[in-house]
Design a protein around this ligand. Sequence first.
Ligand code: SAH
Ligand code: SF4
Length: 392
Amino acid sequence: MLDVNIKVENAKPQTNLYSLTFDDLKEFCLSIGEKPYRATQIMKWLYHKGVRSIDEMTDVSKKTREKLKEITTLSLPEVVLDHLSEDGTRKWLIRLDSGNSIEMVYIPEDDRGTLCVSSQVGCALDCSFCATGKQGFNRNLAVEEIVGQLMIAKLLLNDFEEIDNFTPRKVTNVVFMGMGEPLLNYRNVVSAMKIMLDDYGFGLSKRRVTLSTSGVVPALYRLKEDIDVALAISLHAPYNTLRDELVPINQKYPINELLDACRNYIDGTNKKITWEYVLLRGVNDRDEDAHALARLIRNIPGKVNLIPFNPFDGVDYQTSDRKQIDHFRSILMGYGLVAVTRKTRGDDVDAACGQLAGRVKDRTKRTISQEGVGQEVDQTKLTQETLMTELA
Ligand code: SAH
Ligand code: SF4
């Protein structure tokens, strides 16, 4: 009898502790005959101290640690490239267990440090100006792969060090502006954000975790029920005709439906929407586009983030002239809108957040299912050599 039990136990795959929210971990502790307070202890070791082994969790009894070592893992994806730009922007190429790779960027500024994370390998939405979209969709990231990105960054930046109350952490902000559409990997992204916000987790402020979406309207309504984070909307065009072309999901969820979902998300809060607008020369950067944009959004609390287009091979768009970007911005400001132009950072390695080159070759086009999450598609395995050549 005992034998059989042991076999069943051993046959179970190990649980990656980075995949569990605080609630999940409490449940997990109960399921292995531990008191829920163990979850608090474990979370603190994982996310406050950044320990990388169960043995370091010294306030957990030896017996429990032995049990945890058998049935859990703390594995993280592997960093295959680590590149520091002259302006301090740091970019990592991370290889996942499946052989796929994702990119992640850290942008230090005077008063904050922003980590730009990915939520999917590739993206199914195929926005016409986006390198990630050109790859097609490959797969959703697991919770531990999203949380793992923040863990990796904090470990490599030495951000678990004890500090006094006046020293800011190195990673203060997380933005889901890397590869992928976060709302099409809904469950995993929400769980990962819960771990980021939890006081026993990374303890980030809800105003400093930003989800950027191209507008998966039903998921935006659901998000309001599930978690309170900052929202960035990739608008890019003030008219449906143009947005249908640039952001094809607009054909399914047009601008008025998207704006209703945005109003609903911030209704009853003092939140503001960040409107992302990639400026494409002669396409969406004309004076009349600025006027139409301003009229469209001026009654919704928010600010506009103008993003100079980051060109890549095989795409015809051009970056707007500096003068036109400034003029576009001043038109918006004339309507009383707050508008900033995003600095292009880490240009020497294509590192700027939201402009990840997505050099991974495993591209397969697929259509979006209703829920958007989906069936397995071709996963071309990449060797480290291929990636190095690609990035060289
Ligand atoms: N899928 C989400 C989040 C990832 S993209 C979204 O679309 O919002 C993050 C931001 O980078 C988006 O605003 C996107 O439009 C922008 N972006 C994509 N390709 C770009 C490029 N070539 N140059 C500048 N910004 C780009
Ligand atoms: Fe996907 Fe965002 Fe790129 Fe569009 S801009 S293809 S939604 S990653």
